[in-house]
Design a protein around this ligand. Sequence first.
Ligand code: ATP
Ligand code: MG
Length: 244
Amino acid sequence: MTAAAAAGPAEVLATVGLTARYGSIEALAPTDMHVEDGELVAVLGPNGAGKSTLLRALMGLVTNGGTVRFRGRPLPRRDPVAVAASGVVLVPEGRGIFGPMTVAENLELGAYRLGRDKAEFERRWTRVFDLFPRLKERLGQVAGSMSGGEQQMLAIGRALMADPKVLLLDEPSLGLAPRVTAEILETLHRLNQGGLPVILVEQKAPLALKLAKRAYLLSVGRIVATIDPREITSYDDIAKHYFA
Ligand SMILES: Nc1ncnc2c1ncn2[C@@H]1O[C@H](COP(=O)(O)OP(=O)(O)OP(=O)(O)O)[C@@H](O)[C@H]1O
Ligand SMILES: [Mg+2]
């Protein structure tokens, strides 16, 4: 049996005993989680729980142990460029856009691996503006001068220019007004409905739970529960139980 067959047809990304450490501090205990075809999976938990660390470990951005499997094959452990090249793309906490560069330049950078395939570049470029028409109006604007919401749209747009096969987002709503947050989460929902698997780290749990197929609750560096959002009546009760 091949590794891909062993993983099952629906599995996109899975961790087996994934750990992460900063120096001698273990920030992520051995963790098993997965995302299947078409799923949006939420990762919830209080400040310092290890949510960003989990995404960084998936990308190979921190010292990690265990295995990350993507479509049945192990991903390199400490090679974020290779991880991204295989289609696992992170929109990091704080967005990570290049402030002094224009919107267009930021987007072009997202597709830097594409080479000279103009037709494919156009396809990605058009999709970004279909999802975020506001970016098209601001192509020449310096990214750092845009509003927080527009910068988050740009960060997601740049990730889409890399044509992700699974998209990881670290608190895309951070610091944004409720209306802008709703707009961005709605766009993520559209992307997911279009078939893109998503791992969404969010502090605004009730919003994330509306979109998620499954949610992992993280506390002090470990998954303390896996929940089915349809079975939840009050997130506060769950938080009190697990994060007290
Ligand atoms: N670069 C680092 N060096 C040392 N410790 C770190 C580093 N980054 C994070 N940590 C520690 O790892 C733990 C998990 O941090 P992490 O940023 O993953 O949490 P988080 O759940 O994303 O929190 P938040 O909701 O505030 O973003 C925390 O105790 C944090 O202090
Ligand atoms: Mg974080």
